[in-house]
Design a protein around this ligand. Structure first.
Ligand SMILES: Nc1ncnc2c1ncn2[C@@H]1O[C@H](COP(=O)(O)OP(=O)(O)OP(=O)(O)O)[C@@H](O)[C@H]1O
Ligand SMILES: [Mg+2]
Length: 254
């Protein structure tokens, strides 16, 4: 079977269709197109301030495009009212760039949050699942701590446990390994790959770490000047003769 045939057999999970977004006087997204297949891991790279986090916010419905559409499992989420959007959001786990933990809640309460949102009230089930999820990130002994008592890297791992706990169909990871040591980075990369392999999760991972990108990506999308400038397999990116791609990639040690 050739690659074209394989691709035509895949189901599109997320389709970003020609989105434009101005924020204030700045034109941040200028026609972004991206298709993510079901079960695929796409890594999104590009300059700082280029709009990567803004794209993720469009996919969760936190931001709406000026023009264009975001289609998730066949539904155009830009047309949805808040109630219907909430239903779609339950299928998406998000690791925000800054971790964004609730400071007034313990680690355990933070991680339990997506399950509670989905209506889980059984205390022993909550404890069991929270412990299991914290074990994945090596923090099961910190369940009762408050976020202020954690290091930056630990907060990030708690946020990761929270993004994964409800076994969402889609997980968006905004710089999951930024600021982490190489060993923690490797274990988070492995975790992202396990979520894909064991649960068929569709993922978008924003990162500046080209080594991680190469390890976890099925395809890499390079955002430049408000558009997806390149999207393809990691080796295609690495072998590209395009000077713009080469400059970005070599500067980032692929
Ligand atoms: N809520 C907001 N209000 C005003 N400007 C915003 C807002 N969100 C994003 N921007 C602007 O949009 C641009 C893109 O921001 P974004 O956070 O998406 O960049 P990024 O590619 O994620 O960068 P980084 O790699 O540094 O995280 C930036 O110029 C930023 O200042
Ligand atoms: Mg960002």
């Amino acid at each position: 079977m050739n690659d074209d045939k394989i691709e035509s057999d895949l189901t599109v999970s997320i389709k970003v269709e020609d989105i434009h977004k101005n924020i204030g006087s700045q034109s941040v997204l200028k026609g972004v197109n991206l298709e993510i297949f079901s079960g695929e891991t796409i890594v999104l790279i590009g300059e700082s301030g280029g709009g990567k986090s803004v794209i993720l916010k469009h996919i969760t419905g936190l931001m709406r495009p000026d023009t264009g559409r975001v289609i998730i499992n066949g539904t155009d989420i830009c047309q949805l009212k808040e109630n219907d959007l909430a239903t779609i959001r339950k299928k998406i786990g998000v690791l925000f760039q800054n971790g964004a933990l609730f400071d007034s809640m313990s680690v355990g309460q933070n991680v339990a949050f997506p399950l509670r949102e989905r209506g889980e009230k059984n205390y022993s089930i909550l404890v069991e699942k929270v412990t299991e999820s914290l074990k994945l990130v090596g923090l099961e002994n910190h369940i009762d701590k408050m976020p202020s008592a954690l290091s930056g890297g630990m907060r990030k791992r708690v946020a990761l446990a929270r993004a994964m706990i409800a076994r969402p169909d889609i997980i968006l990871y905004d710089e999951p390994t930024a600021g982490l040591d190489p060993v923690s980075t490797g274990s988070i990369d492995s975790l992202i790959m396990e979520m894909q392999k064991n649960y068929g999760v569709t993922s978008i991972v924003v990162t500046h770490d080209m080594k991680s990108a190469k390890t976890i990506a099925d395809r890499i999308a390079f955002l430049r000047d408000g558009r997806v400038y390149f999207c393809g397999k990691p080796e295609e990116l690495g072998n590209s003769d395009d000077p713009i791609i080469k400059k970005f990639v070599t500067g980032n040690h692929l």
